[in-house]
Design a binder for this molecule. Structure first.
Ligand code: RB5
Length: 143
């Protein structure tokens, strides 16, 4: 799986820790920043990852800020993008199975590296069930 990852300064530590673990798990990761601890604006990174996902350059996106909240709000403002903020693997799995979320958001100041990795693994290994869930997703888009 090719994954774009983006973080602000609040998510930089978790992003840095996840990068080698995701590569070791066999994923190709495109790191869209941030790369330093300077204070930055999370919408810029949510939009960069969102563009990569919707443009088909990557299959999925990961967004990390301090709480994950700002990233999830920003990503969900982008038409066609479904971003799920999670902090445990059960919800992460269902974000794929029920919500077909192409983007997972994590709080770098909320979850530790192991928990974050288990969320990402659960999400990436699950498949969208379609059917009634597809009907519900269609209702999310502007008509
Ligand atoms: C940055 O300090 C912080 O506000 C940001 O990382 C995020 O938690 C916003 O939702």
């Amino acid at each position: 799986m090719k994954i774009a990852i983006g973080a602000d300064h609040g998510g930089l530590g978790l992003k840095t820790a996840l990068l080698p673990l995701l590569s070791a798990a066999g994923h190709e990761v495109v790191d869209l920043g941030t790369h330093t601890s300077d204070s930055v604006d999370y919408p810029d990174y949510a939009q960069a990852v969102g563009r990569a996902v919707l443009g088909g350059e990557v299959g999925r996106g990961l967004l990390i800020c301090g709480t994950g909240i700002g990233m999830s709000i920003a990503a969900n403002k982008i038409p066609g993008l479904r971003a799920a903020l999670v902090s445990e693997p059960h919800s992460a799995r269902l974000a794929a199975v029920h919500n077909d979320a192409q983007v997972l958001c994590l709080g770098g100041r909320v979850v530790g590296v192991e928990l974050a990795l288990s969320c990402v693994s659960a999400w990436l290994s699950a498949e969208f069930e379609g059917d009634r869930h597809a009907r519900r997703l269609a209702k999310l888009e502007p008509r």
